[in-house]
Ligand binder design. Structure first.
Ligand code: ATP
Ligand code: MG
Length: 364
């Protein structure tokens, strides 16, 4: 049975539509990340699931029960907010107990749940401290603990790591990954941060323009983006997109002609491509390497060099002005202003139709 099911959810604020026909089903105990740019409706969708916002249309089901008519407290859902706030005058223990007392949970049951949550989150030694006596990461864990003690069927985490510094963010990310193993609930986590989504989630839901653009396991989102938006939003630096033409030929796999007449043999089946013009080729930086071997090479002028240690990113421009991002090995001698040859690896190239839909190599 699906854990959470959204059916045709719509929402407008005044005359501004924010969510348009959003449908989604989560497996039980699945960890799903909502990834999308600011304003794409991620928090709004979470708030609709939690019952803090009413959808204009659509249904929300949790473990076989329709919950959208129910008040938030009866839904079996717990939410950790984007801007969570702990009660400063209460101890950690009291912060965690507060919601349960309001829900008239028995005192010994509250104790049991707090002890269990504190153990999972490793905050036992902190239970009698006030929030002001905790580090940012510890406070974050308490905020998660406050949700955990409700023993929800579904956790909603809205950017739970966004107000942590980089090192702490990484550590808390590992903790969240461990938490996922230990709790018996599905989790939806909203994030801007694709590395976070890629490492934590069983599946990623990419949102933009009021709609779900793609749902899939992290590597599928990366290697088989459904459309131009997903292709450019996921992956850093962004995939290069440039105009291309289908070359004549009878092969099963499509060969593309780029500006400057270089040919790129892709692994995308010719038969799945749409008819007509307006094709674009999509190349991840790792598919564009400095070098002049092979037949798929193009000349470019280097505009920026980014040394990352183990590899060097090369931001360049082709003669006709088209920008292209490629890479070289860590101790690259390429500098700004150089004319370089770039070798294109057609095996991992993507093709996009005029309408933006993505076409990829056959799955092995
Ligand atoms: N209460 C509200 N009244 C009017 N407009 C709202 C309200 N809440 C959100 N919006 C608008 O709805 C859109 C979606 O907002 P939402 O907070 O869901 O985005 P988000 O994807 O969570 O963004 P972020 O990544 O910045 O948190 C935005 O354009 C926002 O301005
Ligand atoms: Mg938000």
């Amino acid at each position: 049975m699906a854990s959470l099911q959204l059916i045709g959810v719509r929402k407008s604020f005044g005359t501004t539509p924010v969510l348009d026909d959003v449908s989604l089903a989560l497996e039980s105990r699945e960890f799903v990340a909502f990834l999308g740019p600011s304003g794409s409706g991620k928090s709004t969708l979470l708030r609709i699931i939690a019952g803090l916002e009413r959808a204009d249309a659509g249904e929300v089901w949790l473990e076989g029960r329709r919950i959208d008519p129910l008040p938030p407290g009866d839904r079996g859902v717990a939410m950790v907010f984007q801007h969570y706030a702990l009660y400063p005058h209460m101890s950690v223990r009291e912060n965690m107990a507060f919601g349960l007392r309001n829900a008239r949970v028995a005192a010994d049951e509250i104790e049991r749940r707090i002890a269990a949550a504190a153990q999972v989150l490793e905050i036992d030694p902190l239970l009698d401290r006030k929030p002001g006596q905790l580090s940012g990461g510890q406070r974050q864990r308490v905020a998660i603990g406050r949700a955990l003690v409700k023993e929800p069927k579904l956790f909603l985490l809205d950017e739970p790591l966004s107000n942590l510094d980089a090192a702490l963010r990484l550590r808390t990310r590992v903790e969240l990954a461990q938490l996922k193993q230990r709790v018996d609930a599905a989790v939806i986590m909203v994030t801007h941060d694709q590395a976070e989504a890629m490492t934590l989630a069983d599946r990623i839901v990419v949102m933009n323009d009021r709609r779900i653009q793609q749902v899939g396991p992290p590597m599928e989102i990366y290697s088989r983006p459904a459309n131009v938006f997903v292709a450019q939003f996921v992956g850093s630096p962004a995939m290069t997109l440039m105009p291309a033409e289908l070359a004549n030929g009878k092969g099963v796999l499509a060969t593309l002609k780029l500006g400057g007449n270089s040919l790129v043999e892709t692994r995308v089946p010719r038969a799945i491509l749409p008819d007509g013009d307006g094709l674009r080729i999509g190349l991840r930086p790792e598919a564009v390497r400095v070098g002049s071997r092979g037949k798929s090479t193009i000349k470019a002028k280097v505009e920026l060099v980014e040394r990352l240690g183990e590899r060097t990113l090369i931001y360049a421009r082709l003669a006709e002005g088209q920008p292209i991002t490629g890479e070289d090995h860590g101790d690259s001698s390429v500098t700004i202003g150089d004319e370089v040859s770039l070798q294109i690896d057609g095996a991992t190239a993507h093709i996009f139709g005029a309408d933006g839909a993505g076409y990829h190599r056959a799955q092995t």
